[in-house]
Structures are given as structure tokens and as C-alpha cells.
Design a protein around this ligand. Structure first.
Ligand code: SAM
Length: 340
């Protein structure tokens, strides 16, 4: 396989602030079978976009040649793609310029995971993160707007665990007044199921107008509410760019992560870049612009030209987001069309 650098030279994709970009999120579809209230509208009128798998594969290969080490497949709902196992199999064959396999992960709503977990493991997937915003089935159905969905997701989480796609992480976006009564039940769930539960602060990335600062449950409040259940003990970060602050409880049972992009932004350590399902590069969740990599590819760009375009795009990565500031502008796309 060709790499895009001379032998012995370690490529480093860095932005103008010196941040190394090592983590690519690839949205393989913007279709979704859920309509979570904090993400989508209740309507289904949008146009969808997906590239053929060969095209994702070529683009990801170019990124990996530039020093990407971690690829997270996302969407929309990635399990809606029939050819996902093939895509995973091909991604799993890629090697970094140092000859290392990728850290290959997937984010899913879990609805189709029970059957797919062993198939994806067999294809070479490393880990999954499942989004689940309540452990109460009724609250879960109100958030996803899909009746009867909770038990499918629970079965999916357990199947991923059995298939060895661990450590399985379960992401919960907290919204005051909707599911913040689920904090302690989720702590118990983490302890009982042996999964890592991660609470995420709600960000203004939804299609509807739901976000206000008051709906966000900030990190400090979450820590207080969890500590009232059982004393929390902080755990060391796995890496400086890790988004979650990690905790266990005083008896060492259960792991909780708190991702606080609103109250404790971590932009200074951001190592991420995103590829949307229509082949655009996004350098920040809150970007006002897309960078049309796929358009260049369709017009005949070589791998080297695509790599040069990616480098120049990453150079311009935003310093930080401006959530909660007077000059904040909602991004040009909602989360489902960016890829979380
Ligand atoms: N369908 C997959 C899933 O459910 O995980 C992947 C796509 S989903 C857009 C990726 C992640 O974004 C999920 O964990 C979801 O909870 C999160 N998300 C969506 N909208 C969000 C928002 N407004 N604030 C914070 N997280 C959000």
C-alpha cells in the first residue's frame, strides 16, 4: 500500500495552534431510524446523502496516510447501511504510516446492534459506543420518538458486550426536565451491566429550537448529584485529548464519564476532524463552513492533491466554539447531518 510520505518520516497533521489531528469521525449516512428530540425534528422531509463505500475507503485511506490513528464510524445511524460490514472490513485492513492498525470504533443508537455486533466484530471492529438517553423505557421512547425501542437497544448493548466489542460505552445526553431523573438509575446501570456510562452536556446542534442554557445539566451539578448517590472518585485520563472526565465510585465498581463541552470546553486539546456523509470535511462541530473534499475527488484530484487539500483545511481549524457567548452562531448543519 502506498503512503503519502517518504519512508522514515512520521507525518503529523497539525493545525495552526499546534494541535495534532489524529481522530477522524466518518459519517457513512445521515439517515436515522430515531428522531431524538435533542437532535432531529419529528418530520422526515430531509434529503439524504451517502457515498459509495469505495469513495469513503479512498478518502479514509488518504487521511490515514496523513497520520490519522483513530477512525470512528458514525451517522445518522451507521447500522442502516447494508454494506457496513464490508466497509469495516476494509477500514480494518488500513495501516498507519508506522504500520499500526487503526483504533476502529463505531457509534450507534443500538437499535439493530443485537444481530450486527458479532458480524461487525468479525469484520474487525474494535469498540462500540451506544447512545441511550434513559433506562426507563417510557422516557426512552419519548426521547427517541420510537415506541418499544428500549429493549432492542438493551439487547444490542448486551450483544456488543458478549461479542467482545468492549469496553462498551453508553452515551446519555442529559436534558433538564426530560431525562435528568435518570442520572442515578444510569449510575446503577453502569455498575450492574459493566458498561461505561458517559453523560454528555446538551449542545446547540439540534434541528428544532430546544437548546437553552437552562436545559443543560452542567458538570458540577452532575458530579454533586452522582456523589449524593455514592462518593465519586476521579480516574486519570487515558489521553490528554480525551473528552470525558472519568470517575468511579468509592467501592471501585462502575465507571462514569462526563463530557462537558458546554461548561468545561476542551477545544484546546481537540484532536478531531469530521467527514460528513456527503464527503465534506468539517474541522469543528460548530463550523460555519464545509470543505468540499469529495467535490475535488470527483473532479479528478489525485491522492496527493486530496492530502494537500486536507492539510490546508486542517490548518484553518477553529480555535474553539463560542457556545453561550453573544457572538455564537448555530453551525451550518445539525448533528445528524454532521456525524456525532
Ligand atoms: N446514530 C448514532 C447514535 O445514536 O449514536 C450516531 C449519530 S448521533 C448524531 C452521535 C451522538 O451525537 C449521539 O451520542 C448523540 O446522543 C449525540 N448528539 C446528538 N445531538 C446532540 C446534541 N444536540 N448535543 C449533544 N450530543 C448530541
Amino acid at each position: 500500500m502506498t503512503t503519502l510520505t517518504s519512508p522514515g518520516v512520521t507525518p503529523r497533521l497539525t493545525d495552526r495552534y499546534g494541535r495534532a489531528i489524529t481522530d477522524l469521525r466518518v459519517s457513512v449516512t445521515d439517515r436515522c431510524n430515531y428522531k431524538c428530540i435533542y437532535c432531529r425534528t419529528g418530520n422526515d422531509g430531509a434529503q439524504y446523502a451517502e457515498l459509495p463505500s469505495e469513495d469513503y475507503l479512498r478518502i479514509v485511506r488518504v487521511f490515514v496516510g496523513l497520520g490519522i490513528e483513530k477512525v470512528r464510524i458514525t451517522g445518522g445511524e451507521p447500522l442502516l447501511r447494508k454494506d457496513l460490514p464490508r466497509l469495516v472490513r476494509e477500514f480494518a485492513k488500513l495501516r498507519t504510516p508506522q504500520g499500526e492498525a487503526l483504533d476502529l470504533a463505531l457509534t450507534t443508537n443500538g437499535h439493530l446492534l443485537e444481530e450486527m455486533a458479532p458480524v461487525l466484530k468479525d469484520a474487525g471492529l474494535g469498540r462500540v459506543t451506544v447512545s441511550m438517553d434513559a433506562v426507563d423505557p417510557e422516557i426512552f421512547a419519548r426521547i427517541t420518538r420510537v415506541p418499544g425501542s428500549f429493549h432492542k437497544v438493551l439487547a444490542g448493548i448486551r450483544s456488543a458486550h458478549r461479542a467482545g466489542l468492549g469496553p462498551v460505552k453508553v452515551n446519555c445526553v442529559l436534558l433538564r426536565g426530560f431525562n435528568d431523573d435518570q442520572i442515578v438509575p444510569f449510575a446503577k446501570f453502569a455498575r450492574d451491566e459493566g458498561v461505561i456510562v458517559r453523560f454528555i452536556e446538551f449542545m446547540p446542534l439540534e434541528e428544532d429550537r430546544l437548546w437553552t442554557p437552562e436545559v443543560v445539566v452542567p458538570l458540577h451539578e452532575l458530579v454533586e448529584r452522582l456523589s449524593a448517590f455514592r462518593p465519586l472518585v476521579p480516574l486519570a485520563a487515558n489521553a490528554p485529548s480525551e473528552t470525558a472526565r472519568r470517575y468511579t465510585f468509592d467501592d471501585g465498581v462502575g465507571e462514569i464519564g462526563i463530557i462537558a463541552p458546554v461548561s468545561q470546553a476542551f477545544c484546546g486539546h481537540c484532536s478531531r476532524v469530521r467527514l460528513t456523509s456527503d464527503g465534506k470535511v468539517r474541522t469543528c462541530l460548530f463550523s460555519q463552513f464545509d470543505h468540499d473534499l469529495y467535490g475535488r475527488m470527483l473532479r479528478g484530484a489525485t491522492d496527493e492533491e486530496m492530502a494537500a487539500y486536507i492539510r490546508s483545511t486542517i490548518e484553518k481549524k477553529e480555535a474553539r466554539h463560542h457556545i453561550g457567548e453573544p457572538d455564537f452562531l448555530k453551525p451550518s448543519r445539525s448533528m445528524v447531518h454532521i456525524g456525532g
